[in-house]
Design a protein around this ligand. Structure first.
Ligand SMILES: [Fe+2]
Length: 202
């Protein structure tokens, strides 16, 4: 996971939008969590799915209609490849296409690309949309348990998820929270949290 912290730090530094917004860090964290759960159920390339979570909305100009943001995300990933993460050519092509086409409503693609798209669509509940089963791509994402789990988490914010790490960084004497059962989310947020300061969570 040593690659993740510097990569996220760079993406946050370069992005145009408020990292706390609709398509910001909390969304990326939930997409990451969704993607990892889907990878447990298929042969999708886990690293591509991880990277998709951070890149797919990273070059949005706004939180509304921005049809080319997926392609810009893919191009941005091209720029950082080799510097902040490694993928071979075939893997990078999957990441690029997943980013470029993620808002086109497609369902047919390589299983890794499908898993990327589903990991994003499963977080549509944050804007009041329940993802229709026939708009999802993978068998795993269509299961009730995965959809319910994703829906239950759409309001989770990075700020609240970061409480444990904030206490550590701030020297706060608060008792430790019960460990988050969603261990991957905790791992993700702790890594991200290290790139921020306490004042960022106000
Ligand atoms: Fe997204």
């Amino acid at each position: 996971m040593s690659w993740m912290k510097p990569l996220i730090d760079r993406i946050l530094k370069d992005q145009f939008l408020d990292w706390n917004g609709l398509h910001g860090l909390s969304h990326w964290g939930r997409v990451y969590e969704n993607g990892m759960r889907l990878c447990d159920e298929s042969a999708a390339n886990r690293h591509v799915v991880e990277l998709f979570a951070f890149f797919h909305d990273s070059r949005r100009f706004n939180d509304g209609t921005d049809p080319d943001h997926g392609e810009r995300g893919g191009e941005y990933a091209k720029k950082l490849r080799g510097e902040l993460f490694e993928l071979n050519d075939d893997e990078f092509e999957l990441l690029y296409v997943a980013c470029r086409d993620h808002t086109k409503g497609m369902t047919e693609a390589d299983i890794t690309i499908q898993t990327c798209w589903d990991s994003d669509r499963l977080d549509l509940g944050r804007v009041g949309i329940t993802p229709a089963v026939n708009r999802l791509c993978t068998a795993a994402a269509k299961t009730k348990s995965i959809r319910n789990r994703a829906n239950d988490r759409v309001c989770e914010r990075v700020g609240s998820l970061f409480r444990i790490s904030q206490s550590r960084i701030c020297g706060d004497a608060q008792p430790k929270k019960t460990p988050d059962p969603f261990h991957r989310t905790t791992l993700f947020t702790e890594i991200v949290d290290d790139t921020r300061t306490c004042s960022d969570f106000g």
